[in-house]
Design a protein around this ligand. Structure first.
Ligand code: 5AD
Ligand code: SF4
Length: 469
């Protein structure tokens, strides 16, 4: 049994990260034949992509996917720790699975993802959730076939979570959820240690994949007919800093651009590492989409400092306006946290004033949620939940006004849309280059193509359009 430890997870070593190749346990081949699986994913795109690897590894040993967890022989929860509500959702689901297992004792249940990296969670699983068959962390996804085999052979609860990250594993199998757009990991982990954030603990130190491995993956996606890639990392702008060679995120964007994939996106950017060269590369390459997610978190310098964000409101604004000037059609979205410990009314008003200045095209807003083990969790916090909820409500009201304004600017414009599918109303939907959701009538055989659509109506969270011939 390997149990997680947050203090260990916080350490950063100088060990060289080497590359290993994925290997399935050959004795596990066939253990899933005739059995079905269901994977429930919580959290960010990194988790969604991990699930794509998990699904492929399960299919490699014989399992087949079902779309209803109640019909599955194996259920895996790929969890998120970013806020308490993500925790609550996963534990709620474990409660439902417990009932299911009472009527179907052969049901196999696994838990993985960020929550598995938290000692408090694993403690609770050991004490109260003994019906969970196996637990693995974010650093050993590649070991799934070994852990399944161990559980199947011994019948024991198997817990294997490493606090410290291992090597980079290449060639993991992947079952992509979409045949037109794909996620490509470029950097794992995060060394920023913003005081509120659990990610540097659950995802380990910053490790960049080798440029050639990324470029090869994108090239093969192009060959398979993919139209769009999203380069993934907790902080993509730090890409390359840990490599022995002099190669940065600008270089990577330039090289990925040369693969001729039609659309390149990347998330998430930290303002600290966002260089002028990055802006130039995005402005210059037509297949790099004019859309940047640039989390600001707060508009108050006092709070930014307490958050350990390494920039001031003024520095953020300078970067923001530089991007807007040099990439004129660029849309910019952000993340904002309200109710950080001891955020005053004045601090909150500074956040509102920043929002009024930036007029973000889109944003995600959250109430601060203390995460055990992080520096901010030790801060005294005397703001009531009611007050925090009121701030979130006020913030969202302001944000929504600008989302609508941003969408209204698109009226009557002709936009390029990658058609992704049909919505429940029978309309086609897709995203513009600036990452706006647009719905329009059209034939299903357009799915997977990039087509021209004219914007005819603007709503707060989406656009309506018609196909432009
Ligand atoms: N509480 C609330 N929001 C958080 N985020 C990260 N950690 C926390 C937390 N403890 C938000 C940040 C980040 C986004 C992914 O989640 O805004 O950018
Ligand atoms: Fe993703 Fe972070 Fe949530 Fe983990 S904790 S799933 S890295 S958002």
């Amino acid at each position: 049994m390997n149990l997680p430890n947050l203090l260990e997870a916080k350490k950063r070593n100088k060990d060289k990260v080497i590359k290993e190749f994925y290997k399935v346990n050959i004795n596990a081949k066939g253990i899933g034949i005739g059995k079905s699986y269901y994977v429930k994913t919580y959290g960010c795109q990194m988790n969604e992509h991990d699930t794509e690897n998990i699904k492929a590894m399960l299919e490699e040993v014989g399992f087949s996917e079902v779309d209803d967890y109640e019909k599955a022989d194996l259920v895996i929860l790929n969890t998120c720790s970013i806020r308490e509500n993500a925790h609550n959702k996963a534990f709620g689901m474990l409660g439902r699975l417990k009932h299911l297992k009472e009527s179907n004792p052969n049901l196999v249940i696994g838990l993985c993802g960020c929550m598995a990296q938290e000692e408090k969670v694993v403690d609770e699983i050991l004490k109260k959730y003994s019906f969970v068959n196996f637990v693995f962390g974010t650093h050993n996804i590649n070991r799934l076939s070994d852990l399944l085999l161990e559980n199947f052979n011994t019948g024991n609860q198997v817990i294997e979570v490493f606090s410290s990250e291992g090597n980079i594993i290449e060639d993991m199998p992947v079952k992509r959820q979409n045949s037109y757009k794909a996620y490509v990991n470029i950097i794992y982990g995060c060394d920023k240690f913003c005081t509120y954030c659990i990610v540097p603990f659950t995802r380990g130190k910053q490790r960049s994949r080798q440029p050639q491995d990324i470029i090869d993956e994108v090239k093969s996606l192009v060959n398979e007919g993919y139209k769009e890639v999203t380069l993934l990392g907790q902080n993509v702008n730090a890409y390359g800093k840990d490599l022995d060679i002099d190669y940065t995120m600008e270089d990577l964007l330039n090289d990925v651009s040369k693969t001729k994939i039609e659309r390149i996106r990347f998330v998430t950017s930290h303002p600290w590492d966002f260089t002028d060269e990055m802006i130039d590369v995005i402005a210059k390459n037509k297949n790099i989409m004019p859309y940047i997610h640039l989390p600001v978190q707060s508009g108050s310098n006092r709070i930014l400092k307490l958050m350990g964000r390494r920039y001031t409101k003024e520095e953020y604004l300078t970067l923001f306006h530089k991007i807007r000037e040099r990439i004129p059609n660029c849309s910019i979205s952000t993340d904002i946290i309200v109710g950080f410990p001891n955020e005053t009314e004045e601090d909150f008003n500074e956040t509102l004033s920043l929002v009024n200045e930036c007029k973000f095209d889109n944003a995600f807003s959250f109430i601060y949620s203390p995460r055990e083990g992080t520096a901010a969790a030790k801060l005294k916090d005397d703001i009531t939940l009611e007050e925090k909820e009121q701030r979130l409500y006020t913030l969202n009201d302001t944000l929504n006004k600008y989302f609508l304004e941003s969408n209204q600017k698109m009226l009557n414009k002709i936009v390029d849309v990658l058609v992704e599918g049909k919505n429940e109303k029978g309309k086609l939907f897709g995203y513009t280059d600036t990452n706006k959701l647009i719905n329009f009538a059209g034939d299903e055989n357009l799915i997977g193509n990039i087509i021209k659509v004219k914007v005819i109506e603007a709503k707060t969270w989406s656009l309506d359009g018609e196909i432009y011939e």
